[in-house]
Write a protein that binds this ligand. Structure first.
Ligand code: HEM
Length: 135
């Protein structure tokens, strides 16, 4: 049998994480707790909306590595909203974002293992490289 792709491992893990409605809020609690700079970026944010948008986006962009067209479109849109002319998310903030979301996922996914962690790193790494390249 073929090995599951990073996309499949990532999406299955994300589904296990989001069986709990607390997953995305727990991520944002930790992300906001990490610094004043992050809290300041989200000072006007409606988190009920934001939580839904992040989850939708994570599901959509998972296929970007594989070149799936809807994924690429979502990635292009997020790259544009986050670039220096819009939200101005500096490249250095993505490492923190990635480590906080992966740490949170490792606590919510009851089947977390090294392969799952590799898949999260690969999918998010690809997305983040792209966002940074077009910052
Ligand atoms: C690959 C990583 C990321 C993904 C997939 C992502 C996804 C999203 C999505 C879907 C939205 C809502 C739609 C939009 O405005 O574009 C959003 C908004 C936002 N993101 Fe990100 N994001 C990422 C990284 C970051 C990082 C590192 C920061 C750093 C602080 C950040 C800060 C924000 C802010 C401030 C908003 C606007 C919230 C508001 O409307 O008040 N994002 N993000």
């Amino acid at each position: 049998m073929d090995e599951p792709s990073h996309k499949d491992l990532f999406l299955q893990s994300l589904n296990r994480c989001t069986k709990s409605e607390d997953f995305i809020p727990a991520f944002y609690d930790r992300f906001l707790a990490s610094s004043y700079e992050i809290r300041d970026k989200f000072r006007r944010t409606d988190f009920a909306q934001q939580n839904k948008m992040l989850l939708r986006s994570l599901r959509l962009i998972a296929g970007a590595t594989a070149g799936d067209s809807k994924s690429l479109q979502e990635l292009r849109e997020r790259t544009e909203t986050h670039n220096r002319y819009h939200l101005n998310i500096q490249p250095r903030l993505y490492d923190l974002w990635r480590s906080v979301i992966i740490k949170t996922a490792s606590e919510f996914d009851d089947q977390w293992n090294d392969d799952v962690e590799t898949a999260w790193n690969a999918i998010l790494g690809h997305v983040i490289d792209h966002m940074i390249k077009y910052y």
